[in-house]
Design a protein around this ligand. Structure first.
Ligand SMILES: Cc1cc2nc3c(=O)[nH]c(=O)nc-3n(C[C@H](O)[C@H](O)[C@H](O)COP(=O)(O)OP(=O)(O)OC[C@H]3O[C@@H](n4cnc5c(N)ncnc54)[C@H](O)[C@@H]3O)c2cc1C
Length: 328
């Protein structure tokens, strides 16, 4: 393999996985990040970050499931705190049609009754009569995973330059992982705002992420370490990243409360909003423009897709091989 000098732009989840994968493959990698303090301007800091190849089949192409399953393997090989304890999908009794619809458009699940739900999540005993359990899904916590990956990038021999957007001279290739900032070059890219809350309570224990289906406000709760729970996420056609609105805060918190009333006593640690970079069909793309390669449009699935996309980019650099649904 010929060793290339590669600059990766952007230390969000996409850039971190690219820098790591390419440095491990033996390239001379420089990762540049515009913000002085890493992750402060990255959409990636707001994610769940669920690794849900099957649940995300709702509304995306089968490609995402296949890339997502490969990414799960790569997360497990790379990051020891990757948790794969499955997902539980439930609905209030009046919304069971939503559960049937969700079951029709996704795979990889088993129907579970109230007893099995109680076995999986004892604190939900008696609250839900039926649901879907997807054993192969997991999550990481962005607050821990992003710094871990940045250190792994350094450990793999890459140079990391923070607080700069200057591309070093003599780069053979630029891998552009600037997220929504790449709209100057990728005009079809748009923002899809997502708002989330982080709360803390010792009164509720969940073993896995729980999705609560609802015809208008489908939301989820992800258990992180130290009694923290991420409640997400709204989906609004906007690239605004300003403060969370009252309406969204009410929706997020009432979902947690509906899932378990003990969430009513939780402390609110943080509200936040990011704009997910998305193409019109919400599918990710690797766009090759000579020596400038964009990897973008990760939409709701940055954590789910970034490892597998980085592997595809690395393969292209070595052999010219392209995946027909991803490259253009
Ligand atoms: C509320 C919410 C919940 C989500 N939940 C999940 C989830 O559960 N699972 C999942 O897989 N995904 C989830 N996502 C989606 C995921 O967060 C995104 O897909 C992902 O963050 C996109 O990553 P990125 O690296 O492309 O962009 P970003 O994270 O935005 O990173 C881009 C980086 O580039 C830097 N940059 C910009 N311009 C330059 C420049 N000129 N030079 C150098 N650096 C530059 C920026 O400062 C930034 O750090 C969620 C998103 C939101 C908002």
């Amino acid at each position: 393999m010929s060793r290339k000098k590669i600059t990766v732009q952007g230390a969000g989840i996409c850039g971190l996985w690219h820098a790591l994968t390419l440095a491990k493959a033996g390239h001379a990698v420089t990762l540049i990040e515009r913000s002085e303090k890493p992750f402060t301007d990255a959409c990636s800091q707001y994610a769940g970050a669920m690794l849900s190849p099957f649940c995300e089949e709702e509304g995306t192409e089968p490609l995402n499931r296949d890339l997502g399953l490969r990414s799960l393997e790569l997360w497990l090989e790379t990051y020891p705190d990757t948790r794969v304890q499955g997902s539980l999908v439930i609905a209030q009794a009046r919304d069971l049609r939503e559960l049937d619809r969700f079951a029709r458009v996704t795979e990889g699940h088993e129907r579970v009754d109230g007893k099995r739900i109680a076995d999986l999540e004892p604190e939900l005993e008696g609250r839900y009569e039926t649901g879907l359990y997807i054993a192969q899904e997991g999550h990481v916590s962005p607050h821990d995973a992003l710094p871990f990956l940045l250190e792994a990038v350094r450990g793999a021999g890459a140079d990391v330059h923070l607080g700069t957007d200057t591309i070093p001279d003599k780069s053979d290739l630029v891998i552009d992982c600037r997220g929504l900032a790449a709209r100057d070059d990728l005009t079809k890219l748009r923002g899809v705002r997502g708002e989330r809350a982080i709360i803390r309570t010792g009164e509720v224990t969940l073993n896995r992420q729980v999705r609560l289906l609802h015809p208008r406000f489908p939301l989820y709760v992800v258990p992180w370490s130290e009694n923290r729970f991420m409640i997400g996420a709204t989906q609004i056609e906007s690239d605004e990243t300003g403060p969370v609105t009252v309406r969204s805060a009410l929706e997020l918190l009432s979902t947690a409360y509906a899932l378990h009333p003990a969430f009513g006593e939780a402390e609110i640690l943080e509200f936040g909003a990011g704009a997910r970079p998305a193409f019109p069909d919400n599918q990710p793309r690797i766009v090759v423009k000579n020596t400038h390669i964009h990897v973008n449009g990760l939409y709701r699935n940055g954590y789910l897709l970034a490892p597998a996309l980085a592997e595809l980019t690395a393969r292209y650099i070595v052999s010219g091989e392209t995946h027909p649904e991803v490259f253009c």
